[in-house]
Ligand binder design. Sequence first.
Ligand code: HXC
Ligand code: NAP
Length: 267
Amino acid sequence: MTTVFREDALAGKTVFVAGASSGINLGIAQRFARAGARLALISRDPERIAAAAATINDAGGKAIGIAADVRDYGAVEAAMTQARDTLGPFDAVISGAAGNFLAPAAAMSANAFKTVVDIDLIGTFNVFRTSFDFLQAPGASLIAISAPQGEQPKMFQAHACAAKAGINMLIKCLAMEWGPAGVRVNGISPGPIADTEGMARLASTPEMEARVKGALALRDYGTKQDVADAALFLCSASARYITGTILDCDGGALLGDASADALKKSA
Ligand code: HXC
Ligand code: NAP
């Protein structure tokens, strides 16, 4: 199978990515750079975000890396000011910073719950709210990285489920309010994605990994490239009439348990 995207789909565009020092978000940034975009990347750790930007610059692209914590509105605003002054107003913004760990709710401190909600949900508000004053609009595309957990309750992830559910609603509210300004707001909900910190935390043994894959309709983990292609589509002119949606890029995860056992039981 081949992809439908032109090599220069994002030529001349500026894209801001929050939480971009690793994993899915870095994969999106690298894919967008190959499509011709200039990238501004933020994450908490100065060395990790500088290294992430270097992977793009070393491959012939253009990226700057800035250390900023999405929980700190002022820091996000300062990073966006620096990014806009260096690269120009943003045609697209990706909000994907997140934290997650497995913990039973009864053993979770108030600060543990708050920390994940602060990074994922408040962080996404901070990134999108700040970006509104820095956008190339009309025509700008905002994408939040959600998860099936935003709709599907999961044991030991009360914090992440609540945060991602909040993100899903935030996407829809902002899409309504900002549509008239020519700003589209959507989400991508990745399923289990290979070679990521997220899956290292959620399915840490080969047995758990096999169980997760065996319950998916498509029977495999997705790749960072799968999520990046979904993001590229949502930022493209082909998605000009799409706003307020959560695009499931999840191998069928949100559909529920499609394991051989579950299929036998329902037959
Ligand atoms: C219980 C825990 C815990 C654990 C931390 N805490 N880890 N509680 N079980 N495993 C508690 C701490 O004790 C503390 O509460 C509070 O959480 C804050 O912890 P800090 O370490 O001070 O927070 P911070 O330094 O801000 O780090 C945030 C973090 C950390 C979320 C805790 O893991 C992190 O930096 N994560 C970023 C990387 C990541 O998570 N990647 C995966 C995202 S992907 P007290 O009460 O002691 O002060 C993902 C995938 C699947 O989300 C999609 C699902 C939605
Ligand atoms: P990851 O590599 O750990 O990515 C998380 C990123 O967020 C890192 O770059 C981290 O960098 C940054 N970050 C964390 N806290 C931050 C903060 N307070 N301020 C700024 N940046 C912060 O994890 P991933 O698995 O690729 O997940 C990426 C996104 O996809 C997340 O939104 C996650 O919920 C979502 N997702 C993942 C999966 C999966 O299978 N992995 C499935 C569904 C959804 P620093 O440490 O340098 O700050």
